[in-house]
Design a protein around this ligand. Sequence first.
Ligand code: ARG
Length: 463
Amino acid sequence: MAKMWEGRFGKETNLIVNDFNSSIRFDCRLYEEDITGSMAHARMLGKQGIIEQKEADAILEGLQEILRDIQEGKIHFSLEYEDIHMNIEKLLTERIGDAGKRLHTARSRNDQVALDMRLYVKKEITEIQGLVLGFMEALCEKAKKNLTTVMPGYTHLQRAQPVTFAHYMMAYANMLRRDVTRLADCLERMDEMPLGSGALASTTYPIDRKMVAEELGFATVTDNSLDGVSDRDYCMELCSALSILMMHLSRLSEEIISWCSWEFKFVELDDAYSTGSSIMPQKKNPDVCELIRGKTGRVYGDLQTLLTMLKGLPLAYNKDMQEDKEAVFDAVDTVKQCLQVFTPMFATMELLGENMKKAASKGFINATDCADYLTKKGLPFRDAYKITGSLVGECIRRGKTLEELTLAEFQEFSPVFGEDVYEAIDLHTCVSGRSVIGGPAPQEVERQIAKIESFIASHSSIQ
Ligand code: ARG
């Protein structure tokens, strides 16, 4: 089959090279972006008189038909034409003849692919933000129902101080809020239209880049043609933001995996979102969470692929850059798939509040409050800390919790203890006393929820 560049070449491309060089297997998914970009380019060429208006019209009509045929599954892309750009151009020329051959005037595949990828990334960022916001809504829902569900908070995975499930969930909601804004930053920075950069040195034709940018919904145009064709920063920024997002999902997955175990039993996943074992009849496994944790590594790998692919490349375009696509596609697909399954799995997860409470009642997580009680009675905190430490040691020896000690036993350690110590170290008091901004007290967490909900509402156009 004849190549676009056959004039310069004396031989046909080796078949293995054809296969190796071709990106159509994966860039075929950019067909819509490619056609949209070409339509804007053709309109501009017509308006500027670079091609005749009737040729521009024929191109537009032809591209529209090709788009429909692709959507209806009528088109078979060919390896021979290497990538989505040349496949579509070839189809167009087959259909409308010579006018099709004029589409590539004042354009190169280098700025064409740069445009297609930007259009794709812009669209996907918005979709991913929408999915993250949906998950944040599920977090708020769970939080609202569990403002007083006391559970142990941990440091070093040792029971530390009491919090509530709502407080815990809002920690994750804040991480995801930052993820949404990180993606927005990336979107804002990359919102520049590269077409018109040509192969690397722009063009001598009197093109109107701003018209194309406006038509395609870009805020502005790229400011340097060499940079325009070789910038892939936004792909890395995207994968970096997605890596951080996956890290957050992975941490929560890890928590849920632990909480599902018999050792914790804080939550029960819905049967529809769990899996069994082929040999052990008693098993109910949190595979979804494990896969999200596992797939986080894939997304990190995609980021690494891009960073390494680009680090040694001289300006401007190099074919290495074709490798950007699979990494970006994989990261985007993985993140979307994870969010699509995580949200309903999380929303249907049942909480076992009694078990959380039981765990919170052991492990002396009210010891800090006991020390604070003594401090509020006038002891220096370090002395109060020491007395409470001795009390805990004694409790461990006697197999008791702090609240199970009698007043006389308390007073063996300090005469300052009074009847009101029981109220002071009650778990609900411990939680509701922490009402400073950021604390777990129910009315404070209600404020945190309202703030996240208004963040979600301010993004209602995305969702
Ligand atoms: N398929 C190529 C890519 O994804 C398109 C640009 C090719 N340009 C070139 N000069 N070979 O990067």
